[in-house]
Design a protein around this ligand. Sequence first.
Ligand code: UD1
Ligand code: CA
Length: 472
Amino acid sequence: MILAAGLGTRMRSERAKVLHEIAGEPMIARVLRAVASLDADPIVVAVGHQAAEVQAAARSAIDAHALRFAMQSAQRGTGDAARCALAEIPGAFAGDVLIGYGDMPRLNPSTLRAFIDNHRACGADLSFISVALADPAAYGRIVRDSSGNVAAIVEARDASPAQLAIREINTGIYLVDAALLRTALAELRDDNVQHEFYLTDIVAISRTHGCSVIAWRAPDAAEFAGINSREDLALMETQIRDEVNRRLMAAGVTLIDPATAYIAPSVEIGRDTIIGPNVQLLGRTRIGANVVIEGTAWLSDVTIGDRCRLKTCVRAEDCVIGEESEIGPFANLRAGTELEGHNRIGNFVETKKARLGRGSKASHLSYLGDTVIGRETNVGCGVITVNYDGYDKHETRIGDRCMVGCDTQLIAPVTVGDDVYVASGTTIVRDVEDGALVMSHHPQREKSGWTANWHRRHAGHPKARTKSGNGA
Ligand code: UD1
Ligand code: CA
């Protein structure tokens, strides 16, 4: 059971807390992946606030076959949410129920596995994970009896000063025998400061039934930090980022400034690649070996081959950059850009659904949209594919080994053959055959002395030029 129905008041947000993103995805996604890796079946998510959005986030995080949803229409506490979730678990189910909260995005599957193993080895009826914190803050405190056995979990708001001093706290992960859970949840009462049904009360209830309760002390408290505020969110984001950066550096990637390398956990980077400052690598980005990203880049779902160089300021999304290509500075590679390799995309070039064959280049000031270009073709400065007629997008095709002159416009749909030379300033409106030179120039004309004559005609004008030639 994953409890995720709350709004998360302390986030001060219109959005349900579990939808807030951490390391590039809603926090609920990370929690569910950790649980799914334990082969739990069914996995019941208690939803309430923005139920539809939370369900969608859950479905895109894990394989949906084991997933069920329980609606908690009024948020009356974690115990009430667990009651709702229990209704989705078949009555005949007799195993152990793992319960966790949707706001714990750093859960580690191997720690959960060790916890479950310990529960089974001890033959416990109820186990939960505790940690010791220097600052126990608002977490529930673990109260033990005189023989050191767990007696109850007391919420900070309900705790006496002596209980508040306890540093062993409840992480919010429980493993309970299904029959005991049914009994204990039925006995919950809301006689506490918040008038909520606390899931934590199942501990004291289990003890009154003479059941064995174990608090399993986890080694690393950071894994169980709950997100309750924007500050918690930012802090955990930094922790996850540091973890990713350390793993990449250990694997042979140079990060010039790890503090400004924002790399999603799912990104893969090859050896001896150098990542400069202010770089965001997101989604399913794959970067080869010996790549240099000079700095200031935003790359999402981008595949980059070996030995590429991205000069300063590149934005690229959903595209493929083949080996030994040089991109930027200041390049915008939009979705569907595919560079075969050894390509060059230079400053102020925008590409969209553009396929460039091996060795083709567009070095300056171009727009290449809905375009297929062959190999070893050079696209000159200021070339524009005119792909949009106000209703539909049209394709431009350019062959191998072409020289497309500066300031050419290609009015799509249009096809230019192989080995074509396009004179600069040409507007291509029709297909061009292989091997041709194409131009649409007006012949150059010249009128001697025209400028002086022009100024003479404006002699009386308020802006008439003085002797020095400046405007008045
Ligand atoms: C809870 C525990 C506390 C523990 C801490 C660990 C209780 C009473 N307290 O406190 O002992 O130390 O987590 O992080 O359980 N939720 C619902 N429905 C509700 C209320 C909450 O689904 O009616 C969900 C929330 O969406 C959230 C989770 O339960 O994902 C935990 O709720 P939250 O309010 O954050 O509990 P804490 O006060 O942090
Ligand atoms: Ca919490």
